[in-house]
Design a binder for this molecule. Structure first.
Ligand code: FAD
Length: 485
């Protein structure tokens, strides 16, 4: 059965008892779903919004080892992430893209993540080099994948727009990039079309209660107002920054939030030429990334406690946009920097009472909420396989494995302009339920087009699939902060 929303609702109507309910269709929920269904479990996954509409479409899109966590001495997290890169490279097909990153260290700037004592001009490059040696060592990297010192001349040949004044030293190291929302959708399609499980977006878990050793779950369709009721033996909540639903709210894991904003620049105005740049220090001691992304460029940072908008629709504020532009101009020779769109994301971090979100561990926790009911919190995109397997092992005595992701090239090859054939394919195979699912998370039309998809919305809304739903696409795109809507 294909992964269309109508098919999924039909399946739900025929089956109201599951081995496992997963709440949340971000990367953690989607991976847990695919791995659990691959092991033969009868799984239902629901998301109250679209799949990947939370942090999992709003990230920097790096499958990284986490070089930044070395100064925090989180060696095991870095080692684990570097090992994951190797596994994901085999499993994700073209959703895993190796990426070279330049780390330029400037005089009087240093590298924000190093302790103050290592920020001095003559120590910072040396300390960074030691970090890179560790990175290669922890990742057991082969020669071709190891970092390289790069001369100033070579740096400016490769990155002609990078500021020349005060460059102290630069290095190139390797990480990888993905397309976060397409990764989530590919995992889910594999689970549904290959493993025959069920995943439904816009289905909100309203309440959970217990009856005869089963959990009874009340579901509410946000698009039609129809209510459903199912039961499940076990529950995994992978609900990101959101509290648990209904009566379980007060038992939710204590979380702290950390936000980050990104800009999309048209084409390659900074002439990074399909390589990334890891900008080592912002004015408030953060790092920033400048990355190629599907023919355009993204610029972004993370680690702020404040965010604008709501948990469901955070958006980049004017202050954050100005901040990003200011920093690009600090490091690149460019006078006018135009951006097409911006986004903001919020991740859940474990609240360890530390005042600064930057210092809180990126590791995840899996907390037992009730018997056979766990909540996953924290973590990062890169660790999704490990987080999912660890969670499943707490509930089931089975062998769990991530299978190869299927069909990923189909969603990758969708055009970033509206066309009926991609729209219909995505309705049938990637569970598009509203126009914005197609514009924001199956394609990049709203992120990449000058009108942010405004004209396309009108055409798409005429499609029969969107006639009887309670959903305001323009209002949604406005809430996302898309400037031309
Ligand atoms: C700005 C930023 C940049 C980042 N960059 C990177 C990076 O480059 N590399 C990296 O590895 N990691 C990165 N991360 C971290 C990564 O994005 C997150 O760790 C990851 O996406 C979290 O996935 P998740 O599935 O836990 O949560 P989410 O993606 O937030 O998913 C949770 C889902 O649960 C649903 N939900 C909540 N309550 C209910 C309910 N009652 N009923 C039904 N559904 C519900 C929500 O609608 C949501 O879709 C970044 C994070 C941010 C914020």
């Amino acid at each position: 059965m294909t992964f269309s929303r109508n098919n999924q609702i039909d399946k739900l109507k025929k089956n109201d008892e599951y081995d496992l309910l997963i709440i949340g269709g971000g990367i953690v929920g989607a991976a847990t779903h695919t791995i659990a269904s691959n092991a033969g479990l009868n799984v239902l996954l629901v998301d109250k919004n679209d799949f990947a509409s939370g942090a999992s479409s709003r990230s920097t899109k790096l499958l990284h080892g986490g070089i930044r966590y070395l100064p925090q001495l989180q060696f095991s997290l870095v080692k684990e992430s570097l090992n994951e890169q190797k596994i994901l490279k085999k499993r994700l097909g073209s959703l895993y893209r190796p990426l070279k990153l330049l780390a330029p260290i400037y005089i009087d700037d240093g590298f924000a993540d190093l302790p103050k004592i290592f920020q001095k001009n003559f120590i910072a490059p040396f300390a960074f080099k030691v970090g890179l040696l560790f990175y290669d060592f922890l990742g057991r990297r082969k020669k071709a994948e190891k970092h390289k010192n790069i001369s100033k001349n070579d740096t400016f040949d490769l990155f002609p727009k990078l500021k020349k004044v005060n460059l102290n030293k630069s290095f190139i190291f390797q990480d990888a990039q993905t397309d976060d929302s397409k990764l989530v959708l590919s995992l889910l399609r594999t689970a549904v079309e290959i493993n025959d499980s069920t995943a439904i977006n816009y289905l909100n878990v309203k309440n959970i209660s217990q009856k005869n050793k089963l959990y009874e779950i009340d579901l509410f369709c946000e698009l039609t107002g129809i209510e459903y009721s199912v039961s499940a033996r076990k529950i995994i909540a992978a609900s990101g920054v959101h509290n648990l639903p209904g009566d379980y709210k007060k038992m939710s894991t204590k979380l702290k939030m950390s936000g980050g904003a990104h800009l999309v620049l048209k084409g390659d105005p900074l002439e990074i030429n399909n390589n990334g740049v890891f900008l080592p220090k912002t004015e408030d001691d953060r790092v920033m990334f400048v990355l190629p992304w599907n023919g355009n460029t993204i610029v972004g940072t993370t680690d702020v406690e404040k965010f604008s908008g709501t948990k469901d629709n955070p958006h980049a504020s004017k202050e954050e946009i100005d901040y990003l532009i200011r920093h690009v101009k600090k490091y690149f020779d460019i006078e006018n920097l135009e951006y097409i769109s911006s986004w903001s994301g919020i991740r859940a971090l474990i609240d360890d009472k530390d005042n600064s979100t930057k210092k809180i561990m990126r590791g995840h926790i899996i907390e037992e909420i009730d018997k056979n009911f766990i909540q996953i919190a924290g973590g990062k995109l890169t660790g999704f396989r490990i987080i999912a397997i660890e969670a499943l092992r707490q509930l089931f005595n089975k062998k769990f494995e991530l299978q190869d992701i299927e069909y990923e090239d189909q969603i990758i090859n969708y055009q970033n302009y509206y066309n009926l054939s991609d729209l219909e394919h995505s309705i049938k195979h990637y569970c598009v339920a509203t126009p914005v699912d197609y514009l924001l998370r199956r394609t990049n039309i709203s992120w990449f087009s000058e009108d942010n998809g405004k004209v396309a919305v009108k055409e798409i809304e005429n499609h029969t699939n969107f006639q009887n739903i309670n959903f305001d696409s323009f209002d949604y795109l406005k809430k996302e902060g898309l400037k031309n809507i």
